[in-house]
Design a protein around this ligand. Structure first.
Ligand SMILES: Nc1ncnc2c1ncn2[C@@H]1O[C@H](COP(=O)(O)OP(=O)(O)O)[C@@H](O)[C@H]1O
Ligand SMILES: [Mg+2]
Length: 260
């Protein structure tokens, strides 16, 4: 065994297949903590949904996982490395909340998807093989017919699929989606979740932040319910039976048939 495969073996033994690991993480933008005492592990191949009321720290938690923010206390690891040191962007497909940064960009769907190849080619040109990977990603998300359309001309659902295609073109093994279906029509939402489910079946780890609880209970295998702290972390069936939702959401849970 070479030294490098020893290192790899030692690292995989240390992380045990964990893609994301948070240990006793605290974080606040100011002196007020936004998330507290978060311990969480996500393994390869899981489909995990994070739910919680507005302002409960979901997007913050995700940024801590991805190393976009650093914990004040505790540790965040991504693919076995300290999250803030992790720099293999190609392994992660991130669809941000309100994926609208591109709204101002006069670029086509295909150009967005080609960006997924950039971490693989450095400053080099995309090869024919890269372009074929782009084609396949467009096909997988059903956007081939829209390849030459400007992203500004897409519906919300189409735009989200273009961003997923970019992640697929990058051959990401972790897809992170922050409220991806806000502003997307109901029919496209169903198609979107079908797509996520089939990608997960192919082995891609899916981490979904979602406000739509019915989507979560229908699709995710595991739910993390957050409101500053974790109120629940376990199988979706158990979450539905538990009182975590009303404890975490308080009176906001009334829209689900609570007491108000
Ligand atoms: N960049 C920021 N600077 C200061 N406070 C922030 C920032 N981002 C979020 N917050 C605050 O942190 C809390 C959690 O926000 P966020 O993680 O966006 O929650 P969620 O995604 O669950 O709606 C909120 O009180 C929000 O106002
Ligand atoms: Mg958010």
């Amino acid at each position: 065994m070479s030294a490098s495969s020893d290192d790899a073996a030692a690292e995989s033994a240390a992380t045990g297949g964990a893609i994301v690991e948070l240990s006793n993480v605290n974080f606040g933008y100011t002196a007020t903590p936004v998330v507290e005492d978060i311990t969480l592990r996500i393994d390869q191949g899981e489909y995990v949904a994070v739910v919680g009321p507005n302002g409960s720290g979901k997007s913050t938690l995700m940024k801590l996982m991805l190393g976009l923010l650093r914990p004040d206390v505790g540790k965040a690891r991504l693919f076995g490395e300290a999250s803030h040191d992790f720099d293999d962007g190609s392994r992660i497909g991130y669809v941000a909340q309100h994926a609208s940064a591109s709204k101002e960009m006069p670029i086509t769907v295909r150009e967005v998807v080609r960006m997924g190849r950039f971490p693989h080619v450095g400053f080099g040109r995309l090869s024919a093989e890269d372009e074929a990977i782009v084609d396949r990603a467009l096909e997988t998300v059903g956007m081939t017919a829209f390849a030459n359309r400007r992203v500004t001309k897409l519906s919300g659902g189409q735009r989200q699929r273009a961003f997923i295609a970019r992640a697929l073109a990058g051959e990401a093994d972790l897809l992170v989606l922050d409220e991806p279906t806000v502003g997307v029509d109901a029919e496209s939402v169903d198609a979107f979740y079908d797509l996520l489910e089939s990608l997960n079946e192919e082995g891609i780890t899916v981490l979904l932040i979602e406000h739509d609880l019915s989507a979560v209970t229908e699709h995710a295998e595991r739910v993390v319910c957050l409101n500053r702290e974790i109120y629940f972390d376990g199988p979706t069936e158990e979450f539905v039976q538990s009182d975590a939702l009303s404890r975490a959401f308080g009176t906001a849970a009334s829209f689900l048939g609570g007491s108000r």
